[in-house]
Design a protein around this ligand. Structure first.
Ligand SMILES: Nc1ncnc2c1ncn2[C@@H]1O[C@H](COP(=O)(O)OP(=O)(O)O)[C@@H](O)[C@H]1O
Ligand SMILES: [Mg+2]
Length: 209
């Protein structure tokens, strides 16, 4: 894939979507073949190098909102910033700026239980952005959200792709989400069986859920 692309990978449950993201993100390692990310084969990396790779390159977003419940939105992001800084990253933005980027500047001091599902997912995006990774891996990020909220989340991601040049790989079992991507890959039984290109990707607002 190219830098700054927005790719959606579609496939039914069990087709290997999560496995694919875990391989690209250096969480899993393959039994055979190579994983080339940013021109580098990471499949031979030992744990220390993989950790550095993940820390510098990858932001993960998951289906289930996994914020720390006893920390506010701002504190959840600050915690991620602290970890990134301790690991040697130089985050360019503070928690307030990161939360503003996902449209949450009015919700800084709310706890997760005081936020809607979509707002919690936006905090998770801000948290993933803390280390300023070039590649965002999103595993069914709208799976737990109603369609309206899901569209808002997709919109935030699309804007980060356009405005910040972040590369996105988003996996989903929901075919309509493919319409917002420049490129759509279809996964079946662990293999990419089809590739489509959208000359004009739809705005998330325009998709019929
Ligand atoms: N290319 C592959 N080679 C071997 N096993 C695979 C491959 N892709 C997926 N699997 C296995 O298939 C199962 C389901 O994959 P998963 O990634 O969880 O699917 P999904 O996220 O699409 O529901 C897992 O047990 C995984 O280990
Ligand atoms: Mg999965």
């Amino acid at each position: 894939m190219e830098r700054s692309e927005f790719i959606v990978v579609l496939g039914p449950s069990g087709s290997g979507k999560t496995t694919l993201l875990n391989l690209i993100g250096g969480i899993d390692s393959p039994t055979e073949g190579k994983i080339i990310v940013d021109g580098v084969d990471i499949s031979g990396f030992e744990e220390e190098k993989l950790t550095r790779f993940r820390r510098e390159k990858i932001g993960f977003i998951f289906q289930f909102l996994n914020l720390i419940p006893t920390l506010t939105a701002r504190e959840n992001v600050e915690f991620a910033l602290e970890l990134a800084t301790r690991d040697g990253a130089k985050p360019g933005r503070d928690a307030r700026e990161l939360l503003a980027m996902v449209g949450l500047k009015e919700r800084l001091d709310h706890f997760p239980y005081q936020l809607s599902g979509g707002e919690q997912q936006r905090v998770a995006i801000a948290r993933a952005l803390a280390k300023n990774p070039p590649l965002m891996l999103c595993d069914e990020p709208t799976g737990e959200l109603d369609f309206r909220t899901g569209k808002t989340i997709l919109k935030v991601m699309r804007e980060l792709n356009r405005n910040e040049g972040k590369t996105f790989i988003l996996v989903s079992h929901n075919a309509v989400i493919g319409k917002i991507a420049g490129r759509v890959l279809h996964l079946h039984d662990g293999k990419i069986v089809k590739e489509e290109r959208n000359e004009v990707p739809l705005d998330p607002e325009e998709i019929e859920w």
